[in-house]
Design a protein around this ligand. Structure first.
Ligand SMILES: Nc1ncnc2c1ncn2[C@@H]1O[C@H](COP(=O)(O)OP(=O)(O)OP(=O)(O)O)[C@@H](O)[C@H]1O
Ligand SMILES: [Mg+2]
Length: 396
């Protein structure tokens, strides 16, 4: 292993009962990289992150963080990692100062070093104004910043952030991203998100996962280019023409479709009195000249001709479409049987054959047990999360 590999996931697999959350995920993150970990709901982002941070064990495969195997020495791994789970583990009745002091004590930081670390964290996460406030009174954006502060308090070289910007308004999002970028200058960061513009802004590289598998991994431009398509928007006036009569929509569609390199032609909605089309070509050709020539030869009034590189959004959709976020790998009958307690039916034979520990309880119940056995800390984390929830409820 090269020494600058900070995170290494090796064929990680994870099953929760009949749900295959991870299906041989492998990737590396090198020192100093800020990597976006992208994928639709249920793709396996949080599961991967929980394995890397030693909260749950994988069903197969291995992982190393800072060169240390996550099973062999989980404590050493945790020392190297700052982790912000998808729902920040905050104690809402503590002030920000109390909470950061508490987390620093858990991390074994002495009081002298704490003061220094606190100054850095407060500056880098923009917490100066709220240091004395109860966490329960803070906005969601500030809570996320406190969560980030907690992840940074022991000055770890590696940060694992699970959707830190989810549910933030655009201003808060931009603010938090600013802090993350600042932090990323001298640290390695794995950041999960659904938001592609965020990845474009904060990360140089992205790993896209879908159905528990890596479907793309590379620099953003390369991922975009890998799809190998270009998209053109062409708008033709539907009322006026330079010569002859103004065209009907079918005529325009037919003329564009007749172009050799037009892979697809699709009418787009528009409020204008115009025919607006999307034409897609392979990346190797430039269709703009041909599109102009069609309009010119026919005497149509060309109102707009634009070429866009395939957007990252479109690439993401292409790569992850068909991702059944929930109940992956389960048949509808199985799901219904489990839900209504018909588990002992012979119908479940297939399932039982496949998973020995997979018979009596619902998928989520048994997975919870599964996790509790694997790690006490995990339970703690969940407790913290529910504490947080309770408090949130109380505050409403
Ligand atoms: N404790 C659990 N018990 C049962 N199933 C689980 C558990 N944790 C995750 N799963 C399942 O594993 C799959 C992957 O979930 P995971 O939370 O890793 O996805 P994700 O990519 O983080 O999604 P999101 O974007 O919604 O956070 C999902 O199908 C999910 O329902
Ligand atoms: Mg998640």
């Amino acid at each position: 292993m090269a020494t600058d590999v900070m995170i290494e996931a090796n064929s990680l697999g994870k099953r929760f009962g009949s749900v295959k959350a991870l299906d041989k995920i492998s990737f590396e993150v090198r020192k100093g990289e800020v990597v976006g970990f992208l994928g639709p709901n249920g793709a396996g982002k949080s599961t991967t992150m929980r394995i890397l941070t030693c909260f749950i064990a994988p069903s197969s495969g291995s992982a190393k963080v800072h060169g240390i195997d996550v099973f062999e020495d989980p404590l050493a791994v945790r020392e190297k990692i700052g982790y912000l789970p998808q729902r920040a583990p905050l104690y809402t009745d503590m002030t920000v100062w109390e909470y950061l002091e508490f987390t620093s004590r858990i991390r074994g930081i002495d009081s002298g070093s704490f003061t220094n670390r606190l100054k850095k964290v407060v500056e880098v996460c923009g917490l100066a104004q709220v240091l004395g406030k109860d966490i329960g009174t803070l906005s969601h954006g500030y809570r996320q910043r406190v969560g980030l502060g907690q992840a940074l308090i022991h000055d770890p070289p590696i940060l694992i952030l699970d959707e830190p910007t989810a549910d933030l308004d655009p201003n808060e999002k931009a603010e938090l991203l600013k802090y993350i970028k600042r932090i990323g200058k001298d640290r390695t960061i794995l950041l999960s998100t659904h938001n592609l513009s965020e990845v474009e802004e904060a990360c140089a590289r992205a790993i896209i996962v879908s159905k528990g598998r890596v479907v793309a991994d590379g620099v953003l431009d390369d991922i975009r280019a890998r799809q190998g398509r270009l998209r053109y928007t062409v708008t033709i006036d539907e009322q006026n023409a330079i010569k002859g009569s103004a065209p009907k929509v079918e005529e325009v569609a037919a003329a564009f479709s007749a172009l050799k390199d037009a892979k697809s032609v699709r009418e787009l909605p528009t409020d204008e009195k115009a025919h607006k089309f999307e034409v897609v070509s392979p990346e190797s050709v430039d269709l703009r000249g041909e599109l102009f020539r069609v309009a010119f030869d026919k005497g149509w009034m060309l109102l707009e001709l634009r070429r866009d590189a395939q957007s990252l959004d479109a690439v993401f959709r292409d790569l992850t479409k068909g991702d059944e976020a929930k109940d992956r790998g389960r048949k509808v009958d199985d799901a219904v049987d489990e839900e209504f307690g018909y588990d002992d039916d012979e119908d479940d034979e297939d399932l039982d054959d496949e998973e020995e520990d997979d018979s009596e309880e619902s998928a989520s119940d048994e997975s919870d047990d599964d996790e509790a056995e694997e790690s006490d800390d995990d339970e703690d984390e969940d407790d913290e999360e529910s504490d947080d929830d309770d408090d949130e409820e109380d505050n409403k």
